[in-house]
Structures are given as C-alpha cells and as structure tokens.
Design a protein around this ligand. Structure first.
Ligand code: AGP
Length: 610
C-alpha cells in the first residue's frame, strides 16, 4: 500500500524522489520520508502528513545528494506519525530502509533482536528488517549478503530499498508480494513501487519478481534470487505518456477519470469487435480459448469495486456463455478450502493487478489446477504476469483512489468475454452482432450522461448533510447499487448500503423515514414494474427518492423526488451507463463536504497487504 521510490545517478535525487512520491501518493499518504547519501552519512528527513510537507522540510534543511530513497506511508503497524514514517535506520544511522508490506513474524524477530541489545525507536514491523540487516553487517557481511540473510528470516510481504553509508555506490532492493520496478536511464537508475513514478524519466523498466534481490548502481544492476541464483531480467518498454497521469485541468483525478469514460470504454473494446461475424477477438485468450469455453464452471475472484464488476460478470456469463458462475471475495476464497476443479476457469479481476488477496487467491487456484485468467488494467502487474492468460482492460492509468473508469472498462471486457464464449457455443451470429453494435454505441451514450453533470451536482447539493443512503437495484443493476454505495462511502464518509431492491422488505425498509435518501436504479427493463412497486413502498414511508431512469420514462417523475434520465441500452450493458450518475453523485457530495476525494482517509489505491 505504501509507495517507494529511489534514484541513483548524477543528478540531485531530492526533486526526483519528491516528484515520484507525489505520483505514488495515492498508495498511501499518512506520512512520508527521504533517505539521501551525503558525504559520509545518510541524511533522513521524515514528516507526518502528505508529501508536500516532506518537500518543505527537505528544502528547509537543504537536503541534497545523488543517491536516495523515498517512501509515502499507509500505516499498518504503528500510528501515522514522524517516528513511524520511513526510512527506518539502525542504531548508528548507517543503514536506511524503506518497506512496503507486512512482516508477519516481526514480533518474534523483534524479541530476538531486543535480547541481543537492539533498541527499537518505532512501533513498525519494518524496523525489524533494518536491525536484522545490521546484525549481519556486524558479522562483516556485505550489504547485499546482509539483506539476503535478513530476508531469509522474514515471513510476510515486502518491497524494500536499502542504503548503507559504507557502500555509498548502490541501492539494494528486494521484493516478495509487494511490487517493485527498476527504471533504466542513461547512467542512472530509478526504483519505484509502480511505473507511474518513473515514466517522466524513462520508458525502459525491469520488474523484480518475488524472492528476487537486486544491487543497483548508477550504470548497471545485478539481480539474484533470495536463494542466491542468477535472476535473468527482461527489459520492458512502457507504453504510457506522462500526460496520462496528470489531472488534465480537472480539480481531481476522480473527476477526470469519470469524464474520460467515453474514451476509456472505447479503448477497452477497440480492435476487439468483429462486427461482420458477430465475434469478439481477445488476443490474450487465443492459447486457451477452447479450454475456457469448455469450462464447467467459472469462478470470479476479486476485491472491492472489481468484485462488483465480477458480480455483473456472473449475470453475463450465465446468460451468454451458459456456464455456471460464482463470485467470491478473494480474501474469503484464499482462506476457505475452496472446491476448485481442473475443469474450472477462474477470473481474477484487479485494476492494479497487485491486490494482495486477489494475487494470493490466484496462486492458490493455480496450485489447485484451475485455468487462471487475469482481467487487469496495469500492464505488467503481478496478476497479469502470473496468470495463465487474460485480457487487459486498457482503461489507462487510474490514480483516484475511488475506482471509476476501471469499473466500466472491466464491465466491457467481461461482456466481451461472455460473447467470446457464447459465440463458440450457442449464441447466434445475429445476437452476437446485436451486442457488438450496442457496445459500439456505449461511449456516445456515456457522453450524453456526462452532460448531466450540473443536474447531478444540483441533486448532490440537497444531500450533503445526509447521514445514510440506500442504493437499490435488481438483476444486472444490483451490483451497480453496491458500487454506488461504495463510491459514496469511500469518498464522502456517509454510511451507505446497496441492496437488491426486492430485499428491502426483508429488513432495510425499517430504516426508511423522511431522512433516508434512497437511490433507485430503475431502467425500463423486465423488472421495471417490480422496481416501481419498491419505489411506492419507499414513498409511502416518506423516503427521499433519487431515480436513475430511462430517458423516455415519463411515468417515474411523479413518483420520485429527483430523476436522472439516461439513454437505454441492452440489459447486459446497462450497468456501464447506470453507474456513471452514481459516480458523479458521490463525487459532488464529497466535494461539497470539502473532502479530499482523490485521497480519502484510511484508504489506499492498491491494497498490497491483506
Ligand atoms: C474502489 O473504489 C476501491 N478503492 C477498492 O475497493 C478497489 O476496487 C479494491 O481495493 C480492488 O482493487 P484492485 O482492482 O486494484 O484489485
């Protein structure tokens, strides 16, 4: 969850590290710090709060040097304060370490180190690693050897970078479970927890794999495994422009990403629709297409918003691919004894491709012999690399912590996958063509919905002081209700729940009074009349109703307090349109409450700890 950066070369590393940390701030933002090699020392500056505070502190002490590491933290062990911020140092400050991950056996290791006379300054698990390294340095091992030996004792996850003042020409990095990428420059190297922090400097990167450790110099790097075997690394070319990770004139990344959806959705299906044959081309599935189509069952595993798109995927796969489909939280899947058969295909949906639970669930499923497919946004991410096959969603970088455009692009790819299988089985060419034709119209319809921004903002104004919200939808729109509620919760801190509309009578109806806003997803589909009955039930109890309805629905206006009228499409694609007003509603409520929508409290973009 934390962000880590590093630089080694001829330039002053401080502005490079600060810029990198700002780009990674979405990974964590409760405290930040820098460690920089100066003449004979490593100077450390740490501050509580955001990277801007660190930048000020570093400039006040005129921090400067050609080799350095930086960290932005999302607290796991120990409260967010200056002492617990990274880098962590050993007793004489000769070693400096930044860490992203969780050391599970830290308590036992700490006890052992305390017995040896080590004194701990912070409450973090990370400080254990720096003191373990120190204990091997004291045995006259090199830094590389000491890091390797220390990591052999550690259980848990880590992406680390280490400096040592007696070996001032290198940075040691290592990875297990937390991402780490090395950027290759001209006589300089960069390190980061994701490529966003590097792309203004280089497009050439090397991904460190789990259990690898690398010694990075200005002009070269050497990678080995933790068991001391040679690690052969391939240089990848990153196809991403620095403009893609700016706010592009918007106040927030989240708003920019909402507004980008006509384009990001089109990118998700571009080149994949074969209209004439009513077929879908998914390059990443070519090698396994028959195995996938013949699966006896599909199990979708994901977290958060990606889990919601998985729920929509369940409806799609059952309706069009005619394969029984189950959806599981990755965190639950991995700790049950899940029944996974060799005839099952498993889909791992993850924007970041680094979510710890989803990655661990995939490794478990692989061990059990299932075909494992990744549906990821971040190219080269762990899930994308480790899955047997998969499809990228091509939404482009998503920086806002609240996922928006990744969700709609995931839905596009899941729809394409279901047609991909459906056409191999029972789906007619006519039905295939119809879906693809509708898919192509989606970006234009999204554009139409985005034009309702001012109207939705005016509705948001009325609910800034609400304490609770209910979101209700049926069928394909039930997961949209869950997603709308999640968006509101995470950025406005208003308690919100999503329910299948018909379930309301089984409990939540007790909550309804004149202070309860209820958002209904009420498109004119096969369950429209039933949703209208649910609306009547809420109205009878004086709930305040916002309805997302079809553009030509004249009946609904008299039943509800506010309507958001949107274009129609076929049922399977409705969630893509219906979620957009909910994203805007959550965004405007949070902005009007004066909250930081891009970096909501307690959250991190990519949850790389379990
Ligand atoms: C979404 O708004 C959340 N921030 C969160 O639920 C997210 O979707 C979840 O952590 C999964 O992330 P992933 O898609 O990168 O795996």
């Amino acid at each position: 969850m934390c962000g880590i950066v590093g630089y080694i070369g001829q330039k002053n590393c401080v502005p490079i590290l600060i810029e990198g940390l700002k780009r990674l701030e979405y990974r964590g933002y409760d405290s930040a710090g820098l460690g920089v090699h100066t003449s004979n020392n490593i100077d450390v500056v740490k501050t509580k709060g955001k990277v801007a505070t660190l930048e000020k502190a570093a400039s006040e002490v005129k921090l400067k040097g050609k080799i350095g590491i930086g960290h932005t933290r999302w607290a796991t062990h120990g409260e967010p304060n200056q002492v617990n911020a990274h880098p962590h140092s050993n007793d004489d400050f000769s070693i400096s370490l930044i860490h992203n991950g969780i050391i599970e056996n830290y308590a036992a290791l700490k006890k052992g180190l305390i017995k040896k006379g080590y004194v701990f300054k912070s409450d973090t698990d990370s400080e254990v690693i720096v003191n373990l390294i120190d204990s091997f340095i004291k045995l006259n091992h090199t830094l590389f050897e000491s890091v390797r030996s220390a990591l052999n004792l550690v259980e848990g996850t880590y992406g680390i970078a280490v400096l040592y003042n007696k070996e001032p020409d290198k940075i040691i990095v290592a990875r297990k479970g937390s991402p780490l990428v090395i950027g290759i420059g001209d006589g300089e190297h960069f390190i980061a927890s994701d490529v966003n922090a590097l792309i203004t400097h280089t497009s050439q990167v090397v991904y460190l794999e789990d259990d690898e450790i690398a010694e990075i110099y200005a002009d070269r790097f050497v990678a080995r495994t933790i068991t001391d075997e040679e690690a052969i690394k391939i240089v990848h070319e990153i196809d991403m422009s620095p403009e893609e990770i700016t706010k592009g004139g918007y106040d927030h990344y989240m708003l920019k990403e909402i507004m980008e959806q006509p384009e990001s959705i089109a990118n998700s299906f571009r080149g994949r629709l074969l209209h004439e044959e009513g077929l879908v081309k998914l390059g990443g599935l070519v090698d396994i297409e028959d195995e996938f189509a013949e699966s006896e069952r599909i199990i979708i595993t994901a977290c958060g918003t990606s889990w919601h798109s998985g729920l929509v995927g369940e409806y799609m796969f059952e309706q069009f691919a005619e394969i029984p489909t189950e959806v599981d939280y990755a965190s639950e899947f991995r700790y049950r004894n899940p029944i996974v058969r060799q005839t099952d295909s498993m889909l791992f949906i993850s924007q970041s491709g680094e979510t710890a639970d989803t990655l661990a669930a995939m490794r478990e499923a692989k061990r059990r012999g299932a075909l494992c497919l990744g549906v990821c946004n971040v190219v080269g991410s762990s899930i994308a690399r480790e899955s047997h096959a998969g499809s990228y969603i091509h939404a482009g970088p998503e920086i806002g912590v609240a996922s928006t455009k990744a969700f709609t692009s995931q839905l596009v790819v899941l729809a394409l996958m279901s047609v991909f299988i459906g056409r191999k089985k029972h789906m007619s060419i006519i039905d295939g063509q119809k879906i693809l034709k509708e898919m192509e119209k989606i970006p234009g319809k999204v554009e139409q919905i985005l034009k309702l921004n001012d109207h939705i903002e005016a509705i948001a104004e009325k609910f800034v002081n609400a304490n609770n919200f209910l979101y209700l939808g049926r069928g394909y729109n039930f997961p949209v209700a869950l997603e709308g509620a999640l968006k509101l919760k995470e950025i406005s801190y208003i308690h919100a729940e999503g329910y299948p509309a018909a379930e309301m009578k089984h409990g939540p109806i007790a909550l309804i009074d004149e202070n309860m806003p209820v958002v209904f997803l009420a498109p004119q589909d096969s369950v429209y009349d039933k949703v209208i009955s649910n609306i009547e039930e809420v109205k009878a109890r004086k709930g305040k109703i916002i309805a997302v309805a079809s553009e030509n629905d004249d009946k609904i206006d008299s039943l509800v307090d506010y309507t958001i009228k949107i274009p129609e499409t076929i049922r399977m694609l409705m969630p893509i349109l219906n979620v957009i007003p909910l994203q805007l509603l959550a965004y405007h409520i949070a902005v009007k409450k004066g909250l930081d929508v891009d970096q909501p409290r307690n959250l991190a973009k990519s949850v790389t700890v379990e």
